[in-house]
Structure formats: structure tokens, C-alpha cells
Design a protein around this ligand. Structure first.
Ligand SMILES: Nc1ncnc2c1ncn2[C@@H]1O[C@H](COP(=O)(O)OP(=O)(O)OP(=O)(O)O)[C@@H](O)[C@H]1O
Ligand SMILES: [Mg+2]
Length: 502
């Protein structure tokens, strides 16, 4: 029988193309024979050689692939013509893929790929058949596949939305001159693509601002990925940042895991509490920023990443540099654009509007109108020093609203909601960061009701110790953890367990 020439440079019109000399592989001859028989049952076919270069393709497949008349695919690696082709896998493994669904543009083809072997059983190529829309009984497979594809892209879109920012610049409330200037500065920053460093006391809205910078930038459609240096144990930080190659270490799951750098590709990587970053990771981060490349743990391949860094810290990085705990070179790389958020006590004129916004988010009983903060209550709030800034203000308002008999929040209620001694003229003490329900706020930790069991007494005591440590550290989690003599990760785990939202 006549066969297509595997060395021929243009595809002919038929499976049984021009007869030229086919090399010595009898098995390929047989394949081509079988191929002629099958011709009516498939809609296209292709042959590749041992190097997975296309040696033959039939006219119908060319048409399906919509290849231009003058385009000659012969000799090209198959993936250059059919990006999702798995012919290489078949050639390399010597195993067929008898049925598979392959995506091409927006269409799905059902395909069958078989290795071709020479007389000695060595793989010297592969043949692929395509079954497209004329095969009715394959339709359920295609439908199911398309359905799964749709579900997958929906899930991916949801994940991207989730990774996108929650806050825009308008969520950062304030009309004081400093806040207006700060917002103008952030708008300018957003247009540039350099790394940014946000400094400010705890609770001043650093994270909120990081989201806003991302949202204002050209990267707004890309992901926003956050890593909290204080929350991830040091031993896991490298994997968290750079990912893990498959089977990188024994016991590790064999699948590759993407690092935050890669997840943030095309978007922003937010490094929260950067002052807590261990020195070893600082060196690796610096290298990644300088090279624009990352290397997953256990891999020797580097991968280019395009990520904008926004870092935040409540600590004084210059002091950390002087103390040898932060690398100066990393600091200069990150502090290209710096923004400082002034503490709440330095901008009391922002208080009324921030209170109004926070109260809008504070739930109130169904039949009750909007919360009303009396002018005397606002006066009281502006006397206090707010070591925990807006986060503490949110907590105080929530605590006041939990105690309020109706929608009015007056000075007396605010006085009770502020931490004890807050208005004594003594330096203000930070409030416990959690809006405790009135009953538990009023109850000293030692006065556990009679009959309480040991486990819950212990849990209550632990919870109280955490709240006290947080209060004594002005809400600084790393400092509170040190005060309690537990690691940062243990501390975070406990915050989660006790539902303490700092
Ligand atoms: N200007 C503001 N307008 C509205 N809400 C604010 C503002 N500043 C802070 N907040 C709110 O205060 C809380 C704390 O903000 P955020 O977590 O961004 O602070 P932070 O500076 O990152 O604090 P920390 O250093 O403790 O991590 C959030 O609920 C945030 O929405
Ligand atoms: Mg923060």
C-alpha cells in the first residue's frame, strides 16, 4: 500500500499520501496500514519522530487546527503547533494514551496517542488520532470535561477575587490635613511601581493602605498576596515565600507547592511586620528582589517573577538596623517609597468621621435605628491617647454599643467602654483589644463561677493572660508573645483558638 512520507516537507491530502520511500520501520508501515482502515472514523492524524518533531500530518487535521495554507509544520516540535499535545509524554514513556481530551483554542478534541516502535522495541515516534464533533458517543465525555473546565475557571476566578484587595483608598477614612496629604502621596505612589514601605503604630491602618495602594495601581487586576512575618514560624518561612519543588524533602508531600512570590506574580506581595523577618530570609528576599527570580526549595531551576513589594512595620527599622536585626541593603530596596501614618491622637479631627464609619459597621438590634454618638462622647474620645489607634477605637465603640440600652452612645457609656484609668490624666493605658461582652468584661479572671470545670477555667485564664499581655504591649503581638514567653506562631495559634481578633 502507499504511505505518507515521514520525511516529506508538506502534508498531503490523504492518510494514504504519496508513496515515497518510508524508512525501514516495518512497524510504522503496519501502523499506516491500520491507519488507512481507520481513516473514516477519525478526523485527523499526526505522526512525530523520536525527537517529537512532526514528520507527517494529514490534511483534515491541518484544517481542524486552522493552519494557514502556506504554513509548513513538518520538522517543528509538536508543541509549537499543538501547545497541549502530549505526544512527547507518549514518546518518552513508550506508553499510549488511548483516550484523552485535548484543548485547542476554545475547542476540545478527543484524542488517542500510540507510540511507534522499531523492530527492536525502541520507541521511534508516535501517532496521534483526533476525534472531533462527528463522534456522537464521545459527546458525553466532552460535555463532562467542559463542565469541569467551567467549574475550574469559576473557582479560579473566585480565588483571584479573593486575592484581590478588599479596600480602596476611600476606605481609609480621614479629612485631616495629614490624611489628605497621605492620600495624595499614596495616589502618586500607586502610579509608580517601586517597592513601598508603610510605617505607623499598631492599628493605624497599614494593611488597609497597602490594599489601597495595590488597588490604585496598574496591578489592581492582579493578585494581592499577604505574608505576616510574625505569624509564620521561621523554619517554614522560606517554603512559604519561595515554594517547594515536588518531593523536595522526605515526608513532604510530593506535589509542588507554590510560594507566595509566585502566587503574587503580576500583582503585589504584602510583607506585613517586616521588622520581624529573620535575617536568613532577609538575605534570600534581597536576592530575589535583585535578580527578579526565585528558586523553590529543593529545586535548581529559577523562575522569573514580577511582583511589587509593599512592606509594613510598626517598628523603627533604622533602630533595628543599628541593632543588627535588619539588613540596611534590604531596607534601601524596600524603602523606595515610604509613607508614615500618623497616630490617631495626632489627628483628633478625624475622630468623628472614623467613628461614624466604624459605627455603621457595628451591628445593632433589628428594631433599633443607627447609632448616635453624642458630642460629649466625641469630646471624651478625643482626650484619650489611643495607643491601639483605629483598631482600639473600633473595639471601644463595639464594647460601648454592646452595653448600650438603645442607639445612644453617650459620654457615660464611652467612659465605661474605655480602659480603666484611661482618662485619669495619667498616661493612657491601652485597652484590651477585644470587645468583650459586658458580662465578661466586668468579671475579673479570678472570679470563675463555682462548679466550672478545670479545662474551661484554664482556657479562661489563658485567654485573660493573652488579653492582658496584648493590653500591656499596646496590641503589639510580637511583644505580647515575648511577654508571655511563647513563640510568635504559638501566640498566633492561641489568638485563633480564643477567637481574639487583634
Ligand atoms: N483611617 C482608617 N479608616 C477606617 N478604618 C481604619 C483606618 N485606619 C485603620 N482602620 C481600621 O482599623 C483596623 C486596623 O487596621 P489595619 O489592620 O490596617 O492596621 P495595621 O496598621 O496593619 O495594624 P497592625 O500594625 O497592628 O497590624 C482595621 O479594622 C481597619 O479597617
Ligand atoms: Mg497589620
Amino acid at each position: 500500500m502507499r504511505q505518507p512520507d515521514r520525511k516529506q516537507t508538506a502534508a498531503d491530502g490523504h492518510a494514504t499520501g504519496e508513496a515515497n520511500s518510508l524508512n525501514s520501520h516495518a512497524t510504522i508501515d503496519q501502523a499506516i496500514d491500520a491507519f488507512a482502515l481507520l481513516r473514516d472514523y477519525f478526523q485527523g492524524a499526526i505522526i512525530v519522530d523520536a525527537a517529537t518533531r512532526i514528520t507527517w500530518i494529514d490534511k483534515r487535521y491541518r484544517e481542524l487546527l486552522k493552519l494557514a495554507e502556506d504554513f509548513d509544520p513538518i520538522g517543528l516540535p509538536v508543541e509549537e503547533v499543538i501547545p497541549h499535545s502530549l505526544m512527547r509524554r507518549v514518546v518518552e514513556s513508550g506508553k499510549p494514551i488511548l483516550i484523552d481530551v485535548m484543548k485547542f483554542d476554545d475547542r476540545q478534541f478527543v484524542v488517542c496517542r500510540i507510540p511507534l516502535k522499531d523492530g527492536d522495541g525502541r520507541v521511534d515516534g508516535a501517532i496521534g488520532f483526533v476525534f472531533y464533533d462527528s463522534v456522537d458517543y464521545l459527546q458525553p465525555i466532552l460535555d463532562k470535561f467542559e463542565n469541569l473546565q467551567r467549574q475550574l475557571s469559576r473557582a479560579q476566578a473566585a480565588l483571584t477575587r479573593e486575592r484581590q484587595t478588599k479596600y480602596s483608598l476611600s476606605s481609609f477614612i480621614g479629612t485631616s490635613t495629614v490624611v489628605k496629604e497621605l492620600k495624595a502621596q499614596v495616589r502618586r505612589f500607586a502610579l509608580r511601581d517601586g517597592a513601598a514601605l508603610i510605617q505607623g503604630e499598631t492599628g493605624t491602618g497599614k494593611e488597609l493602605l497597602a490594599h489601597a495602594i495595590h488597588q490604585q495601581s496598574d496591578r489592581a487586576d492582579g493578585p494581592f498576596v499577604a505574608v505576616n512575618m510574625a505569624a509564620v514560624p521561621e523554619a517554614l518561612l522560606e517554603a512559604e515565600f519561595f515554594g517547594v519543588a515536588p518531593g523536595a524533602y522526605t515526608g513532604a508531600d510530593r506535589k509542588a507547592r507554590k510560594g507566595k512570590f509566585e502566587l503574587a506574580h503580576g500583582g503585589t506581595l504584602f510583607l506585613d511586620e517586616i521588622g520581624d523577618m529573620p535575617l536568613g530570609i532577609q538575605a534570600k528576599l534581597l536576592r530575589a528582589l535583585q535578580e527578579g527570580e526565585i528558586e523553590a526549595l529543593g529545586s535548581n531551576a529559577v523562575r522569573a517573577v514580577n511582583v511589587r513589594i509593599i512592606a509594613a512595620t510598626a517598628q523603627n527599622l533604622e533602630e533595628l538596623i543599628a541593632a543588627g536585626r535588619f539588613r540596611a541593603d534590604l531596607y534601601y530596596r524596600i524603602a523606595v517609597l515610604t509613607v508614615f501614618i500618623p497616630p490617631l491622637r495626632e489627628r483628633p479631627e478625624d475622630l468623628p468621621l472614623i467613628c461614624e464609619t466604624l459605627l455603621e459597621e457595628t451591628p445593632h438590634p433589628g428594631d433599633q435605628g443607627d447609632w448616635v454618638l453624642t458630642p460629649e462622647a466625641i469630646d471624651l474620645l478625643s482626650i484619650y491617647g489611643w495607643p491601639g489607634n483605629v483598631r482600639e477605637l473600633r473595639n471601644v465603640l463595639e464594647r460601648a454599643s454592646a452595653m448600650a440600652p438603645d442607639e445612644r452612645l453617650d459620654a457615660a457609656l464611652i467612659r465605661r467602654a474605655l480602659p480603666p484609668g484611661a482618662l485619669d490624666g495619667r498616661p493612657p493605658r491601652p485597652a484590651a483589644p477585644l470587645p468583650l461582652p459586658a458580662s465578661s468584661a466586668a468579671r475579673p479572671a479570678s472570679a470563675a463561677p463555682a462548679g466550672i470545670n478545670l479545662a474551661s477555667a484554664r482556657a479562661e485564664a489563658e485567654r485573660q493572660a493573652i488579653l492582658d499581655a496584648l493590653a500591656a504591649s499596646a496590641g503589639q503581638k510580637a511583644a505580647a508573645a515575648r511577654r508571655l514567653g511563647v513563640s510568635r506562631s504559638q501566640f498566633y495559634e492561641k489568638l485563633k483558638r480564643h477567637h481574639i481578633d487583634v
